[in-house]
Design a protein around this ligand. Sequence first.
Ligand code: ZN
Length: 446
Amino acid sequence: MNQVVWIKDPLAILAEGAERGLVVADGRIVELVGAGAEPKTPGARPFAAGEHVVLPGLINTHHHFFQTLTRAVPAALDRELFPWLTTLYPIWAGLTPEALDLAATVAMAELMLSGCTTTTDHHYLFPAGLDEAIDIEIAAAKRLGLRVLLTRGSMNLSERDGGLPPDSVVQDEDAILADSERLVARYHERGEAAMVQVALAPCSPFSVTTSLMRATATLADKLDVRLHTHLAETEDENRFCHELYGCRPLDYLEDCGWLSNKVWLAHGVHFSAAEMPRLAKAGICITHCACSNQGLASGHCPVCELEAAGVAIGMGVDGSASNDESNLMQEVRAAFLLQRGRYGVGKVSHKDALRWATLGSAACAGRAELGAIAVGKRADLALFKLDELRFSGHGDPLAALVLCGAHRADRVMVNGCWTVEDGAVSGLDRADLMRRHQAAARKLQG
Ligand SMILES: [Zn+2]
């Protein structure tokens, strides 16, 4: 596991001064090998990367693994966020531990095959019998070798109290906070090599009480873990906040004690110009979910204005029921096309989209040691071959990945270990997983 490996002579690489590749030891990048040079690290075994384009491992900063069980559900097609949610909540209420295990495994395998080395998940659904949802996800991540920042989500504002979800999927505040504390104590690793981290993540302003929003921020502070939620996703949410709380979503967040550098927010579509410097000042990062926002017609995240204001932009595939896939490399292309269309040539390039999915996402996850190929960073890498019809005739290999629509990594390394080899997740029986996952999805959807 702790072999010294020289990723040798890549076809192209997203790094400066690494024309002849990089050297990995003990899960870290220990050396970049420049043009005409040889590695100085003793004992480096070469891995011939002459057919590979090498990227920093992609980082997914927003998802809902369980939703892989409800992709393209007929009753939820062609709906905006709120009616889409109210259609799906009763189906999701039937989620079982076995189905969640399959869903999480499918979502993470799909991500890994797209070049992902770190993912978050926002699991906020805890119907009766699913108390150990996050434990199940962590076990699946460990089996696959993926680095994770899993969030203990929550909902406690049901229809009865003016919220959106039905009573059957919400929990009470004390149970949520106690389980959050249990999970952090049991699983949260600290330090640069951490493979499993836990964050706290009330679902959204329309499914969580103010009391729980405040208590969760206090607890995250006490436990020194990150905080996450959905915000500024739709106009419906703006209206909801105005009617219930008499203010805009960001004002509400501030009132709940959430303007903190521990926070990253999914979507950030509907921030006003005046709100952006407030986000930057607090050190809040935003996850851009290009496919989900387009699929639900929620609007477009103003990435250039946010970055100009000093807000880091990461990337997220979002739940599989709104995307409906978990391919992070295709998300990079979708974000590039969406934002190029919005801002124009000269403002957004393929390298910007790659930066959002690597360095920007690392900022969202609070992991400065991830997201780049540089000495001292963790050895998290995604290697793509350009051997499909879609790449035939390419010029710039790096640009071709985004422009020609790369969708499957040939090799992926996490913390110095290969997790994807020859286009397959190591140790995973993909056909068997798909058969069981499809059966679980049929059962859940009734
Ligand atoms: Zn989401």
